[in-house]
Design a protein around this ligand. Sequence first.
Ligand code: HEC
Length: 177
Amino acid sequence: MRSLRCWRRKSRRQCRDHNDRDHNDRHDQTERERIVRGFKIAPVPLDLKGKDPELVGLGSYLVNAVGGCNDCHTNPHLANGGDPFQGQPKQINATNYLAGGMAFGPFISRNLTPEHGLPAGRTYKEFKEILRKGTDFDNPGQLLQVMPWPGYQEMSDHDIRAMYEYLRAIPPATPGS
Ligand code: HEC
């Protein structure tokens, strides 16, 4: 957005440069804040080897603070005594974190933790298609149910990539019961 003050005081060109700089600064600051917060809220140790830490941090922010993936993909999703709905301080179930196994009628959330280094055993191309189109690679021709991909499909490539990198960095785990 052009600032009115800027237009009055400066030439058109100077003004545009000024606004671009302003805009980029603000953009960087927002992204930095998300990355820092992402690292702070990750409930498990992260393996950053061979990964872009900025993407991992942003991915943690998107998975843990925005996407609500834990609510359905960790069973049970909260640790004993860590239920904020009971007024207890929130504590995520780190042992089974994102390992799936929660039943929604006949549909069971899947394990998102790395298998041979790939989140849920999926390549990035497959992961992107899952989030954009709900493709069920385990059951050809079917669409994933319950999983809120009709919402996630609107996310940017950058954000989807960040979530993928984060899921690559979490420890492999098995579902709880
Ligand atoms: C409302 C519950 C719910 C939420 C929230 C949710 N999922 Fe899912 N997800 C599921 C269920 C259930 C399935 C399996 C659906 C089926 O079997 O048809 C699934 C499947 C998946 C799959 C397919 C895995 C495979 O093996 O092919 C991926 C990847 C996935 N979810 C990622 C995510 C991510 C990332 C988030 C957060 C951004 C998320 N999900 C949030 C319920 C959820």
